[in-house]
Design a protein around this ligand. Structure first.
Ligand SMILES: [Zn+2]
Length: 75
């Protein structure tokens, strides 16, 4: 059985909700430490989560810059 890198506790496969930049991704398969709650993801899942994080960051930046331009033009 795999063990937690942080505390050497046992890892259990579970579906978890992941919060990325304030966006909740539900039912993500993870290995969760029974003792400290640390979550581990496989390579595909990590890539997926990183892509979501990048997308959210880019979209938010686009919206914020648009909003700033609008408020400048109306001011
Ligand atoms: Zn742990």
């Amino acid at each position: 059985m795999k063990r937690c890198y942080m505390c050497r506790g046992n890892l259990q496969k579970r579906l978890v909700d992941v919060n990325i930049e304030g966006v909740i991704i539900k039912d993500v398969l993870a290995e969760v430490c029974e003792r400290c709650g640390e979550q581990y993801f496989d390579t595909n899942t990590s890539t997926f989560l990183q892509n979501v994080a990048r997308y959210v960051t880019e979209q938010r930046r686009a919206v914020i810059s648009t909003t700033t331009k609008l408020s400048e033009s109306t001011a």
